[in-house]
Write a protein that binds this ligand. Structure first.
Ligand SMILES: Cc1cc2nc3c(=O)[nH]c(=O)nc-3n(C[C@H](O)[C@H](O)[C@H](O)COP(=O)(O)OP(=O)(O)OC[C@H]3O[C@@H](n4cnc5c(N)ncnc54)[C@H](O)[C@@H]3O)c2cc1C
Length: 408
C-alpha cells in the first residue's frame, strides 16, 4: 500500500507540467469559442489524442497510480484549462470506469478501445444512468432490460437523460432494471454500440455552463444487444440477484449495485475537476487584484479584497487535500467509513461555486462580462454541485454513513 503523501514524485510532476502546458496552450485559448458554439470540440479532442492525453493508456496509467494522485492531478490541470472542453476530453472516462468496474477482462479489452478510437478517428463514450424521473433517486429507474433466452439477447426499452456524449457516443453504457422487485439492487449495466437499431439521441440540452460538453437524452426503443453486452456476464448477474433476493427475504441488507460502484469511484475525480475550475478563477482574480488600481493603489491593498483572496486560496487547498485523501483511499482499498469520497466532492464543488463567484466580485464590472473568463468559470462551476450526486445527496450519504443507516 502506498503511504499518503502530498508530495508529487518526479514522474508525476513531469506529467502535471505536460498537462498544464496542454491546458494553457490548447484548451484555454479555445474555451470561449466552444462555449459560444455549444458544440463538442472535436479538433481539441483530436489534439489531445495526438499527444496521448485522450487515450486508454493515459487514463489507465493515472487510474492505477498507487499513490491515488494521478487522476486528481490530471483532472485539476485539464479543468484549470476549461471545464467544458475538459469534460469533452474526460467524459468518456466515466463510461470506461463503468466497464472497468463491472466488466469482464474480455469486455474491457473489446469495448474500451472502441470508446476512444484513435488519433485519426477519435470516438467518445457515454454513461447513461439518469432518467427523467430517476435522478437522485436512482432506484426509481424505469429503463427495462429483458433477457430473450432463445436468442441470447437482451431487449432494452426506456429513456435516459442528461447523458454526457449521449447519442454521439460510439459506445453507450446503459444501466437498466433487470429485476424490478429488487429496486436499485436489480439493476445491471449493458454495452450498447452506436448504430444499434432502436438507439437514438433525444433532445440535446442548451446549458448554463460546460457548454462545450454535449448533454442529451438517449432513447432506447426495443434495442437488442447480444448476451455478451451484459457487463460482468449472466452468471455473475444471476449470482448477484440471488444474493439480493436472499437478503431481501432476510430484511434487506445493503448491497452495492453497478451504478453506485461507478459513482463512488468517480466522486473524488469530480472534486478534482472543481478544484481546477476554482484555482483557475482564483488565479485570474489574484492577478487582477494586484494590477487594478482604484483610489491610487492596487485593490489588493484593501483588506476587504485581500481577505477574500485568502479565503479563496484556503478553501481551494482544503478541497484539494480532501480530494487527494479520498483518491488515495480509493486506490488503496481503504474503507470509506465517513464517506470521505462524498465529503471531497461536496466540499470541492461548493468551493468552486463560491470561489468563482468571489472572482467575479473582485473583477467588478469586467468580471460580469464575457471579455474575462471568470464569468464562464462561474457558470461552469455550477455543475459540480449537481452531477455525480447533488450536494444534498452527498450530505445524505455522509450523514447516513455517520449514523450507520443504509444508503440506497
Ligand atoms: C450537464 C450534466 C451532465 C450530466 N451527465 C450525466 C451522465 O453522463 N450520465 C448520467 O447518468 N447522468 C448525468 N447527469 C445527471 C445528474 O447526475 C443528475 O442531474 C443528478 O443526479 C440530479 O438528478 P436530477 O437532475 O434529476 O435532480 P433531482 O434528483 O430531481 O433533484 C432536484 C433537487 O432536489 C434535491 N433532492 C433530491 N432528493 C433529495 C433528498 N432525498 N434530500 C434532499 N434533497 C434532495 C436535489 O439535491 C436537487 O437539489 C448529468 C447532469 C447534467 C446537468
Amino acid at each position: 500500500m502506498a503511504e499518503f503523501t502530498m508530495e508529487l514524485n518526479d514522474e508525476q510532476k513531469e506529467v502535471r507540467d505536460w498537462l498544464h502546458g496542454f491546458a494553457a496552450d490548447v484548451i484555454r485559448p479555445a474555451a470561449a469559442e466552444w462555449d459560444e458554439r455549444e458544440e463538442t470540440p472535436w479538433p481539441v479532442i483530436q489534439e489531445a489524442a495526438k499527444v496521448g492525453i485522450y487515450s486508454l493508456d493515459f487514463y489507465a496509467q493515472q487510474y492505477f497510480d498507487p499513490t491515488g494522485l494521478g487522476i486528481p492531478m490530471a483532472m485539476e490541470e485539464l479543468f484549470w484549462g476549461d471545464a467544458g472542453i475538459a469534460l469533452s476530453i474526460v467524459g468518456t472516462g466515466l463510461a470506461a470506469v463503468g466497464v472497468l468496474a463491472n466488466g469482464t477482462e474480455e469486455q474491457i479489452g473489446t469495448w474500451i478501445p472502441q470508446m476512444y478510437g484513435d488519433a485519426n478517428d477519435v470516438k467518445v463514450a457515454a454513461f447513461c444512468s439518469s432518467e427523467p424521473d430517476a435522478g437522485s433517486d436512482v432506484a426509481s429507474m424505469r429503463t427495462r432490460a429483458v433477457y430473450d433466452e432463445a436468442k441470447d439477447e437482451w431487449v432494452i426499452n426506456g429513456t435516459k437523460t442528461w447523458a454526457t456524449n449521449g447519442g454521439i457516443a460510439n459506445v453507450h453504457v446503459v444501466v437498466a432494471v433487470v429485476d424490478p422487485e429488487l429496486g436499485s439492487k436489480g439493476h445491471a449495466s449493458f454495452i450498447v454500440p452506436a448504430g444499434t437499431p432502436g438507439l437514438a439521441q433525444g433532445q440535446k440540452f442548451k446549458k448554463h455552463g460546460i457548454r462545450a460538453s454535449h448533454t442529451a437524452e438517449v432513447v432506447l426503443d426495443n434495442v437488442r444487444v447480444p448476451g455478451s453486452c451484459l457487463l460482468g456476464g449472466k452468471e455473475k448477474l444471476d449470482e448477484r440477484l440471488a444474493r439480493a433476493r436472499e437478503r431481501a427475504k432476510q430484511g434487506g441488507e445493503r448491497v452495492k449495485n453497478a451504478a453506485m460502484a461507478t459513482f463512488e469511484a468517480s466522486r473524488p475525480a469530480v472534486g478534482a475537476m472543481a478544484v481546477g475550475t476554482a484555482r483557475a478563477a482564483y488565479e485570474v482574480a489574484l492577478d487582477y487584484a494586484k494590477t487594478r488600481e482604484q483610489f491610487g493603489r492596487p485593490i489588493i491593498d484593501n483588506q476587504g479584497v485581500a481577505f477574500q483572496l485568502a479565503d479563496m486560496r484556503t478553501s481551494i487547498d482544503a478541497a484539494r487535500l480532501l480530494v487527494w485523501r479520498a483518491s488515495w483511499m480509493a486506490v488503496n482499498g481503504k474503507p470509506f467509513t465517513a464517506a470521505e469520497g462524498s465529503m471531497s466532492k461536496l466540499f470541492a464543488s461548493e468551493t468552486a461555486k463560491q470561489v468563482t463567484g468571489q472572482a467575479i466580485q473582485i473583477l467588478g464590472g469586467n468580471g460580469y462580462t464575457r471579455e474575462y473568463p471568470v464569468e464562464r468559470m462561474h457558470r461552469d462551476a455550477a455543475i459540480y454541485t449537481i452531477f455525480e450526486g447533488t450536494s444534498e445527496i452527498q450530505r445524505l450519504v455522509i450523514a447516513r454513513t455517520l449514523a450507520g443507516t443504509p444508503i440506497r
